[in-house]
Design a protein around this ligand. Structure first.
Ligand code: NAP
Length: 281
C-alpha cells in the first residue's frame, strides 16, 4: 500500500487564506521586522519567500539587510529599537548568523512577546511548562498541525525524532511529549538508530542528510514527517528516501511541499497572534 501524502502546501494555503480574511477585518495591519545579516544565498531565498507570504495576507514587512561585518552591539541596538517600536509586532532574525555573532545571545535580545520565531529561552520554557501563551517555533508548530489533520489523539504513540536542534528537533520533541507521546530523541551518537526508528508510530527526520532514512527505519503504517531540505545535484531532497518510505508508511510529507510551506504559514500565524496580544486592551 502506498502512503497518503500529508500535503503541507495545501494546508498552508488554507491557513493563509483564513488569515488574510481575519486581517482584512481588522483596522490595522500586523507588522513583522526581518533582519538578515550577510549574503547567504539560501537565507536570501527564505527571506524573500517570507516577505512575499506576509504581503499576500496583509502583514506589513520591513526587512533590514545588514552587512556581515556588523558588530553584536550594532545588531542589538537595532533589535532594541524594534523592541520599543509600537508599530512592530514581530521580530525575526534569519539564521544562520556570521560566526562572530552568537545566535543565542542575539535571539535572547528580542522581546519574548515579539519573538514570532519562538526561539527566546522564555518561550522555550513556556512550551516545556505547557503554557498556552508560548510562541511555538514555526517548523515544530507546522509539523504538529500537519499530523493533527490525520490523527487528533496522539496519546500513547511512540514518536522518534531524529535530530536535537534548537530549531526543530528539541521543540518538536517537547510538543509531542505534551501530546502524551512516548518520545525518543535520536542524534549523531545514537546507537542502533534504525532499530529505534522501526518502533516509531510517528517518525520525524530533521537530520540535514539527503535520503538518510531508508525503508529499514520504518514501522508499517507509521506517520513520516520529513523536515530536511537538502540541495543536491539532483535538486532538493528530503531526509527520507521518499519512494521506499511511502511503500511502508500510512502518511508521509513530500519534499518540497510538506513541512516547508507550513513553516511559513506558522510564521504568519505567530505574527498575527503577536499583533492580537499587543493590541488587546
Ligand atoms: P541541525 O541543527 O544540523 O541538526 C541536525 C541533527 O541531526 C543534529 O541533532 C545531529 O546530531 C543529527 N544527526 C546528524 N547526523 C546524524 C546521524 N548520522 N544519525 C542521527 N542523527 C544525526 O539541523 P536542523 O536545523 O534540525 O535541520 C535539519 C534539516 O531540516 C536541514 O536539512 C534543514 O535545512 C531542514 N530544515 C527545514 C525546515 C523547514 O521548514 N522545512 C526548517 C528548519 C530546518 P548531533 O546533535 O549529535 O550533532
Amino acid at each position: 500500500m502506498t502512503a497518503q501524502i500529508l500535503d503541507g502546501k495545501q494546508l498552508a494555503q488554507q491557513i493563509r487564506t483564513e488569515l488574510k480574511q481575519k486581517i482584512t477585518l481588522t483596522q490595522a495591519s500586523p507588522e513583522l521586522a526581518v533582519i538578515i545579516v550577510g549574503n547567504d544565498p539560501a537565507s536570501e531565498i527564505y527571506v524573500r519567500s517570507k516577505e512575499k507570504a506576509c504581503q499576500e495576507v496583509g502583514i506589513k514587512v520591513e526587512t533590514f539587510r545588514l552587512t556581515s561585518d556588523i558588530s553584536a552591539e550594532e545588531l542589538n541596538e537595532l533589535i532594541d529599537l524594534l523592541n520599543n517600536s509600537s508599530a512592530v509586532n514581530g521580530i525575526l532574525v534569519q539564521l544562520p548568523l556570521p560566526r562572530h555573532l552568537n545566535p543565542q545571545e542575539i535571539l535572547t535580545r528580542i522581546k519574548p512577546e515579539k519573538d514570532v520565531d519562538g526561539f527566546h529561552p522564555l518561550n522555550t520554557g513556556l512550551i516545556i511548562q505547557k503554557q498556552p501563551s508560548a510562541f511555538i517555533p514555526c517548523t515544530p508548530k507546522g509539523i504538529l498541525r500537519l499530523i493533527h489533520t490525520v490523527k487528533q489523539d496522539l496519546s500513547g504513540l511512540n514518536a522518534v525524532v531524529i535530530g536535537r536542534s534548537q530549531v526543530v528537533g528539541l521543540p518538536v520533541s517537547h510538543l509531542l511529549l505534551n501530546e502524551n507521546c512516548t518520545v525518543t530523541i535520536a542524534h549523531s551518537k545514537t546507537k542502533n538508530l534504525s532499530e529505534i526508528c522501526k518502533k516509531a508510530d510517528i517518525l520525524i527526520a530533521s537530520v540535514g542528510k539527503p535520503e538518510f532514512v531508508t525503508e529499514d527505519f520504518i514501522k508499517p503504517d507509521a506517520i513520516i514527517i520529513d523536515v530536511g531540505i537538502n540541495r543536491t545535484n539532483d535538486g532538493i531532497k528530503g531526509d527520507v528516501k521518499y519512494n521506499e518510505a511511502s511503500e511502508k508508511a500510512s502518511y508521509i510529507t513530500p519534499v518540497p511541499g510538506g513541512v516547508g510551506p507550513m513553516t511559513i504559514a506558522m510564521l504568519l500565524e505567530n505574527t498575527y497572534e503577536a499583533f492580537l496580544k499587543q493590541n488587546r486592551s
